[in-house]
Design a protein around this ligand. Sequence first.
Ligand code: NDP
Length: 322
Amino acid sequence: MTEFRALLMNGPEGAQLCTLTEADLPEGDVTVAVEYSSLNYKDGMVLMGQGGLAKTYPHVPGVDLAGRVAASDDPRFAVGDPVILTGWHVGERHWGGYAGRARVRGDWLVHLPDGLSLRDAMLMGTAGFTAMQAVVAMDLPPESDVVVTGASGGVGSVAVALLSALGHCVTAISGRDAKYLQDLGAAEVIARKDWMAERARPLAPKRWAGAIDTVGGEMLARVLSSIADEGAVASVGLAGGTEATVSMMPFLLRGVKLLGINSVTCPAEQRAHIWRRIATDMPMAQMKDAVTEVGLDALTDLAPRILSGEVRGRTIVRLGDA
Ligand code: NDP
């Protein structure tokens, strides 16, 4: 029986590296030989036992994975097919990608689109998928002015690179250095502390047609007040807070739309469309300085750091030879 390495949690805190066999895996109709996973904000929460995301133990975290089908009872997937999985509460309620094998439902899998490698798929991962989902939802006119918050994070970095590659003029709001974001394609970088120090108003001068907000809280409220007539804000995350006091003025006087983005339950057809758009539109080379590749052994140290906003860009987790 195939043995593989896994990061296993026996309780809400304290993940340990161990060796498992396929007999240890939960039930499912497709077994995937995982080549890559990635580190996302939610993985930090699961690894640190925050938010009650993992319901049962023992548990293997990892909210996304890319690999090849090793065994399948689902006629849509043949042995050897390259596949991607994001969402569906994998890595939270189901064992996830931080193991050499994953057993999952075929309904959760997407075939890897042409033009994308398995590594590229996890360079994007849940963060990149969500950034593209937000771009599709906003449906901006060409050459729009757009703002990205939490811009140096995983979702933010992909969003900046993607929006600029699509021809939009991107402003990044960030607590980190401007050079990194300019290299990703940001035309302007606003320091987070300067932005938050400005006087908050229900309606501020109109600056942007769209926004991808990964921070939430007070940041979301401030961004909403600066969106131009008929603009859209894609609310993606809450790294800076779950609650915001939001004025109704931007909605009523400017027709601003607030779009909730949920990558976890995104319907299958839209999911495949988003991955195809990633394969065709995402400037992968642009991300070369925004990616770090690690093994399973690095994740327990990285978990608290992603929650405090210290992890820059995307972190890929290599499983293949782990
Ligand atoms: P990261 O940790 O990689 O990025 C978050 C960034 O937010 C930080 O790098 C930092 O960037 C900024 N930030 C601002 N204020 C804070 C704060 N108080 N604490 C921590 N960070 C702060 O996370 P991800 O990009 O992976 O995820 C961002 C958010 O999006 C999370 O809330 C996550 O749960 C959510 N998410 C939602 C999805 C969905 O389906 N809706 C899918 C994926 C993620 P800077 O210094 O540049 O300001």
